[in-house]
Design a protein around this ligand. Structure first.
Ligand code: ATP
Ligand code: MG
Length: 455
C-alpha cells in the first residue's frame, strides 16, 4: 500500500505537494518542482519572499517520502538560516500531513524515517566546513542549499563529487548577492548543467507591492539593493554611490536652524597627510568644521575642548556630546578628553566610536555603514543643512556601498576609497560622527555617578 503511494508520487512532486501537503504551488514553484523530478540540478535566484524556502521544504518532504533509504543533506551560510528558518519551514509543512508525521520524526537538526532513523533522513548541516557536506554515497541523494550565493565554493566542491549517481540531485536557491562562486556560475558558465529559474518579487503575489516600491524609492531602480532584493538579478560590478550629489548640494543651499543639541564629530588623522577634523552641529545644522594636519594628539584634545567650550557658551548650552573615531590613534584622544572635560567641569559626554563595530540593525555589516546610512536618511528627508565646502561635498557624494554575500549593506572600505579618490574621506567621516546614532557606540559614556561632579 505504502509502496504504491511512494511510486505514485515518485515523479510527481506537484501532485505530492497538493495531495499530501495540501498546498498550492505558485506557477514558478510548480515548474521548478517538475524540473526537479526530471533534472539533476536546479538553480533558483529571486528577490525576497517569493517562496524559495517553502519550495525547498516541499522538495525535501517529497524526496524523503518517495525515496527509500535516501539522504537529504541541507545547508545555508549561517546556522540560523538552516537550523531555524529552513527547519521550521519544513516543520510547518510536515505538520500538514498526518501520514508524513506518522512516518517521519522532526528533530532540531534532522528529519528521519521513524523505522530507520540513521539510514533514511534529511540533515541540517553547517556550511562552516566543507567536510560537513562530504562523504554521502547513497543511491538517492538530494542536496539542498538555501541562500546559496553566500555559501563558499568549498562546500559545493565537496558535494559535486557525489552528484554522479543517477538519482543524486542538487537544489540551490537564493538571492543573487555575489558576483562570483558556484551560484553565479550556475546561471552563466555552467548553465547547461542546470534547470535555472529567476523570480522577481515584483511579480510574486506573496510580496507586498509596497516593499518593492519602497526599495526602489530608497535606493533607485537600478541600484544593487533593488536588483538583488527585488528583481533577482546579480549585482552590477560597480558599487553604488551612497549619497547623491544633488542631495548634498541641496543641503548646502538650505538655511541653517541652530536649535537642538550640540554634537561634535571628530575624525582623528592617522597618517601624515590625513586631516584631523572637528565637525560640530546644532540640531540638524552642521557648523563650519575645523581641520588640522600633523598635530599631535594632545594638541588635538586641546582644540576639541576649546571648540566645545566655545560653542556651549555661544549657544548657551549646558551640555554637549563629542563622538570620536576611537579606532587606532583615536583611543588615546577619547580617554584624555574625558579627563579634561571632567577637570574643567564641562558636562560633555564623550563617545568612542568603532567603524568596524556591530551595527544595531543587522541589515548593516558594521557601525560605520549604519552611521553613513543614518546620515544619508537626513539628506533624503531634507532636514540637514551644511556650510559650503567643495571638499566635504565631494567626499560625501563619492563614497560607495555594496551588498555582502550575506545580503548586508557595507560601506566601501576606507582604504579602497582612499586608493580611488586619492585622499582620506576625513571631512565626511567627521560629519558622519557628528550625526551618528550614538546609542551604538561601544564605549560607555563617562558620567561618574556623583551628582556634584557636574555642579
Ligand atoms: N505556494 C505557497 N502557498 C502557501 N504559502 C507559501 C507558498 N509559497 C510560500 N509560502 C509562504 O510564504 C512565505 C514566504 O516564503 P519563503 O520564506 O519560502 O520565501 P523566500 O523566497 O525563501 O524568502 P527569502 O528571500 O526572504 O528567503 C512563507 O511563510 C512560506 O511558507
Ligand atoms: Mg528563504
Amino acid at each position: 500500500m505504502l509502496e504504491q503511494i511512494l511510486k505514485k508520487f515518485r515523479d510527481e512532486p506537484v501532485e505530492f505537494v497538493r495531495k499530501i501537503l495540501h498546498a498550492e504551488p505558485d506557477e514558478w514553484q510548480a515548474d521548478a518542482l517538475n524540473a526537479l523530478a526530471r533534472r539533476p540540478r536546479i538553480a533558483i535566484r529571486s528577490g525576497h519572499g517569493v517562496g524559495k524556502t517553502a519550495l525547498e521544504s516541499w522538495a525535501i518532504c517529497w524526496f524523503l517520502f518517495t525515496r527509500p533509504f535516501c539522504k537529504v543533506p541541507c545547508t545555508a551560510p549561517t546556522r540560523d538560516q538552516v537550523n531555524n528558518i529552513l527547519w521550521s519551514e519544513i516543520s510547518k509543512w510536515l505538520k500538514r500531513s498526518e501520514l508524513l508525521t506518522e512516518l517521519f520524526e522532526w528533530q532540531k537538526t534532522k528529519i528521519c524515517f521513524r523505522a530507520q532513523p540513521e539510514r533514511w533522513a534529511a540533515l541540517a548541516k553547517s556550511a562552516a566546513r566543507p567536510e560537513n557536506m562530504a562523504g554521502f554515497h547513497e543511491e538517492h541523494l538530494l542536496f539542498v542549499l538555501d541562500e546559496a550565493s553566500g555559501i563558499e565554493d568549498g562546500i559545493f566542491e565537496a558535494i559535486e563529487g557525489a552528484l554522479t549517481t543517477s538519482d543524486a540531485k542538487l537544489l540551490i536557491c537564493g538571492n543573487p548577492t555575489r558576483n562570483s562562486g558556484f551560484f553565479k556560475r550556475a546561471f552563466f558558465e555552467d548553465r547547461e548543467l542546470y534547470a535555472t529559474f529567476k523570480v522577481s518579487s515584483a511579480d510574486s503575489g506573496r510580496v507586498a507591492n509596497e516593499y518593492c516600491k519602497r526599495l526602489i524609492k530608497q535606493y533607485g531602480a537600478d541600484s544593487d539593493v533593488v536588483r538583488v532584493r527585488v528583481l533577482g538579478e546579480f549585482p552590477k560590478t560597480e558599487a553604488d554611490g551612497l549619497i547623491a550629489l544633488e542631495l548634498v548640494e541641496a543641503a548646502t543651499n538650505r538655511e541653517p536652524v541652530y536649535s537642538g543639541e550640540l554634537v561634535i564629530g571628530v575624525d582623528v588623522a592617522r597618517f601624515g597627510n590625513d586631516e584631523t577634523v572637528i565637525q560640530p552641529r546644532i540640531g540638524n545644522s552642521a557648523l563650519k568644521f575645523e581641520s588640522y594636519r600633523r598635530t599631535d594628539l594632545m594638541t588635538t584634545v586641546g582644540k576639541i575642548v576649546a571648540k566645545t567650550a566655545e560653542l556651549m557658551k555661544k549657544f548657551s548650552l549646558g551640555r554637549a556630546t563629542v563622538n570620536v573615531d576611537d579606532d587606532g590613534v583615536g583611543g588615546g584622544v577619547t580617554d584624555r578628553l574625558r579627563e579634561v572635560f571632567g577637570e574643567k567641569n564641562l558636562r560633555v559626554e564623550v563617545n568612542g566610536c568603532h567603524n568596524g563595530g556591530k551595527a544595531r540593525d543587522p541589515h548593516y555589516a558594521n557601525w560605520a555603514t549604519e552611521s553613513w546610512f543614518a546620515l544619508r536618511d537626513r539628506f533624503v528627508s531634507g532636514e540637514i543643512t551644511l556650510p559650503k565646502d567643495e571638499v566635504l561635498t565631494a567626499q560625501l557624494a563619492t563614497r560607495k556601498y555594496r551588498l555582502t554575500s550575506l545580503d548586508k549593506l557595507i560601506l566601501e572600505e576606507k582604504s579602497a576609497y582612499k586608493k580611488r579618490a586619492g585622499r582620506s574621506p576625513d571631512r565626511a567621516d567627521a560629519l558622519v560622527l557628528a550625526f551618528a546614532p550614538t546609542a551604538t557606540v561601544s564605549s560607555p559614556p563617562s558620567f561618574p555617578l556623583v551628582n556634584s561632579y557636574w555642579r
